[in-house]
Ligand binder design. Structure first.
Ligand code: NAD
Ligand code: MLT
Length: 322
């Protein structure tokens, strides 16, 4: 009998990837969801590969517990839940699926943007209480507004294209892209974050969470915003300082804030974003940016195919380390 690779799946992933694993004759599949950190260490002990989304913390200790671990598959983009240096030290390859959920995240960001400027969730909740309050829900148009995109990568670029279709003036802050990319997207690049923040009506964040971007939008930066601006974060929790943003909302420095991501997920009852006094000006969703059938199918396929290629010693793509 040939080799059987033991693969552990710890979160709900698209059926496409799961089916590939189920049908593979050289794979012994275990699905174990919502594991505690201790249980994860037990499950991971003898597996060759693990497939996760953002809800599984792959810290150095957990990676160390994977005595036979060869590959970590991430059915999504962000790898901030994985200790990459710890994996690299052990020769474990980390694979992600960088483009599979770009459109899903882009579209959710636009949903969030329209929700905050037009108060759509609040208007819906109000009508569901049988209130008929048209005047309260008078928002602003996207057309003619100046949009700052922080991070002009895959999602940021797709935001730019759609924002121009909405008649917005698009500027971006991203010190790592070429002027040519900005020109191709017909976006004006600003050379300091402050320059962008001080002139934008709406700011949307699309960077990874790194040492550099952690708390990038902190108390000081939030004071640079144009008074009454809107802020959207559908990238990663922790890029926006959560306490500072609620202060800015309370003081009216921000008109409204929309976010899909949090510094600690899931939210607890005492999270500042759940406070009653700001609920009319905040739109929150439970990290659903990538949750379309199309995106989940694609990211699971990309992650699984490349994980199996690593195990089978075949050419693979999308390794973020080694
Ligand atoms: P990407 O790598 O294509 O683009 C990120 C961009 O950020 C790059 O252009 C990079 O140069 C830029 N950047 C890095 N550091 C920066 C800094 N300090 N200042 C300004 N720009 C900086 O990534 P992407 O696929 O566009 O994803 C963007 C973010 O969205 C990631 O954090 C990803 O995890 C997140 N995401 C969230 C969801 C969701 O479910 N809400 C879904 C998909 C992706
Ligand atoms: C990602 O980085 O791909 C997103 O946060 C989506 C996810 O984790 O499913």
């Amino acid at each position: 009998m040939g080799t059987k690779w033991k693969v552990l799946v710890t979160e709900t992933v698209g059926e496409t990837g799961l089916d590939i694993l189920k049908k593979a004759e050289d794979v012994e599949l275990t699905e174990a969801y919502s594991l505690s950190a201790d249980d994860l260490k037990k499950y991971i002990a003898d597996v060759d590969g693990i497939l996760t989304r953002s809800g599984t913390t792959m810290d150095a200790e957990t990676i160390d517990a994977g005595k036979s671990l060869k590959v970590i598959g991430r059915a999504g983009v962000g790898v901030d839940n994985i200790n990459i240096p710890a994996a690299s030290r052990k020769g474990i390859i980390v694979i992600n699926a960088p483009s599979g959920n770009t459109i899903a995240a882009t579209e959710l960001t636009f949903g969030c943007m329209l929700s905050v400027v037009r108060m759509i969730p609040q208007a819906c909740a109000s009508l569901q209480r049988c209130e008929w309050n048209r005047n309260k829900f008078t928002g602003c148009q996207l057309n003619g507004k100046r949009l700052l995109i922080i991070g002009l990568g895959r999602i940021g670029g797709n935001i730019a294209v759609r924002a121009r279709a909405f008649g917005m003036e698009v500027i971006a802050y991203d010190p790592y892209i070429t002027q040519k990319r900005a020109d191709n997207l017909r976006v004006e690049l600003v050379h300091s974050l402050e320059d962008g923040l001080s002139t934008a009506d709406i700011v949307t964040v699309h960077t990874p969470l790194t040492k550099e971007t952690k708390n990038m939008l902190n108390e000081d930066m939030l004071r640079v915003f144009k008074p009454g601006a809107y802020l959207i974060n559908c990238a990663r929790g922790g890029i926006v300082d959560e306490k500072a943003v609620t202060d800015a909302l309370r003081e009216g420095r921000l008109t409204a804030f929309g976010t899909d991501v949090y510094s600690s997920e899931p939210l607890t009852h005492d999270h500042p974003f759940l406070a009653d006094d700001i609920k009319d000006r905040i739109v929150i969703t439970p990290h659903i940016g990538a949750n379309t059938h199309e995106a989940q199918s694609e990211v699971s396929r990309i992650a699984v195919e490349n994980m199996l290629a690593v195990l089978r010693n075949q050419p693979y793509e999308h390794a973020v380390n080694l």
